[in-house]
Design a protein around this ligand. Structure first.
Ligand code: ZN
Length: 434
């Protein structure tokens, strides 16, 4: 186990790598299908051996069908002087995602119903989509729209909406067992940094870290377009879903807000308890109950799927002013926040990996620790705490309490309890429950 000092150095380096990946991915115009998703996955393939799947438009997936594929090369509104007053080349949020093609001259009055802005945040460009209703539109700052004079405009959206495919990607890191932990993030938002790219970057860093270890669980990473991508992945993998023992959806994990963990529908699964413990121990962040809205945890926790998949966020989607606007940009995410998120998830995965139940082999009165050299053994940790951790593990290891339950009852960090259990095993005072 790394020391605390080397862990924090590692987190800083990881934060820098994750931020660099976000910078690379930020300019790409993604949607739920199309070349933006493919370009994103190609960039991720430079980091990880991802398998990319293409699922044809029209494929039935539970109650849904894979939609037509959308691509865009250019879009603008030009004024009478031929100047681009709204320009997709300057920011891809300027076009409503899934806009149908347009090439027309029209008056401002005709154009108005297709223009979207945020009067309460007049300098920001909103993010809008129209996946399941065929229409077109532009988004711009309210200030820009207010300044448009009456007159004729040239309106062009050079897009295509055709039969093609939906693209998603996955990676399985095989562990010692076939029991799986699922890590899922969405890859369908255009130039938004916290919502979408922060989750992608943290997932990539987790996969990189886990691939150097020999974990007990197998880890399955899925990079899917939101909603339809998760539904497609679930529909295509239904026979194997029983292997998933825990899971996590990552979204909005790079901003400066405190961590928010949203419980799975089951509410008290191993991953729910791991995050509840960690956030309580660190006295930062909060745990919220499951509700059937949000990101792809909605699909993983639907009643017929019912996987123990929680959702990790910092600021909660829909509840911060930058959400789904041009202010969710590269300045809104921070390497330190990404690093801290990554460190907390690693802590939760350590809990899942090491949460065994043991039996004290000398349960009649306290065993003598001194003669076994167990005083002051756990280097770098407070001596009194490490002694107390030994006593808690010995006391509650009667074959009915897991290490996490012991950590909860002792109100001590799981890592300290797990380190104590390791020492006790080495002296033969503790054995794994048969
Ligand atoms: Zn979003």
């Amino acid at each position: 186990m790394d020391s605390r000092a080397s862990r924090s150095t590692n987190l800083a380096a990881a934060g820098g790598r994750m931020y660099g990946l976000i910078e690379d991915l930020y300019p790409i115009c993604r949607s739920i299908t199309g070349d933006g998703v493919r370009a994103t996955l190609r960039r991720l393939q430079a980091e990880l051996p991802l398998t990319v799947h293409e699922v044809p438009s029209g494929t039935a997936v539970f109650d849904w069908a894979v939609p037509q594929e959308w691509n865009i090369s250019d879009a603008y509104v030009k004024n009478a002087a031929g100047e681009r007053v709204i320009d997709f080349q300057r920011h891809n949020l300027h076009v409503v995602s899934y806009s149908t093609p347009v090439r027309q001259r029209m008056s401002l009055a005709e154009l108005r119903p297709h223009l979207h802005s945020l009067p309460e945040q007049p300098e920001l460009i909103p993010y809008r989509t129209s996946y399941y209703k065929e229409t077109w539109g532009f988004c711009a700052s309210h200030t820009t729209l207010q300044a448009l004079p009456e007159g004729e405009y040239e309106v062009v959206i050079d897009s295509s909406l055709k039969s093609g495919s939906l693209t998603y990607s996955e990676l399985l890191l095989q562990g010692a067992t076939d029991d799986e932990v699922l890590i899922s993030c969405h890859i369908c938002h255009p130039s938004l940094a916290d919502d979408n790219l922060s989750g992608v970057a943290v997932a990539v860093e987790l996969a990189r870290a886990l691939s150097t270890l020999k974990p007990r669980f197998s880890y399955r990473f899925v990079f899917v377009p939101g909603t339809i991508g998760a539904i497609t992945w679930l529909a295509q993998n239904e026979p194997q879903l029983g292997r998933i023992k825990a899971g996590l959806v990552l979204t909005c994990v790079g901003d400066a807000g405190a961590l928010t963990y949203k419980r799975s529908r089951q509410g008290d699964s191993s991953i729910d308890r791991a995050f509840a413990h960690l956030l309580k121990q660190s006295a930062s962040g909060r745990v919220i109950e499951f509700y059937p809205y949000g990101y792809d945890e909605r699909q993983y926790n639907s009643p017929g799927i019912n996987l123990p998949v929680g959702c990790l966020m910092r600021s909660q989607h829909g509840q911060f002013p930058e959400y789904h606007t041009s202010a969710d940009d590269l300045a809104f995410v921070r390497p330190e926040a990404l690093g801290a998120t990554f460190g907390t998830i690693l802590g939760a995965l350590r809990v899942l990996e090491q949460n065994h139940t043991y039996v004290n082999t000398s349960p009649k009165c306290e065993p003598q620790l001194g003669k076994r050299g167990l005083y002051g053994l756990i280097g770098g940790l407070d001596l009194q705490s490490s002694q107390l951790a030994l006593l808690w593990v010995l006391n509650l290891s009667d074959g009915t309490h897991s290490l996490l339950e012991i950590a909860e009852r002792a109100a001590m960090p799981f890592d300290l309890i797990a380190a104590a259990a390791e020492q006790l095993q080495e002296t033969g005072l503790l054995v794994a429950r048969a």
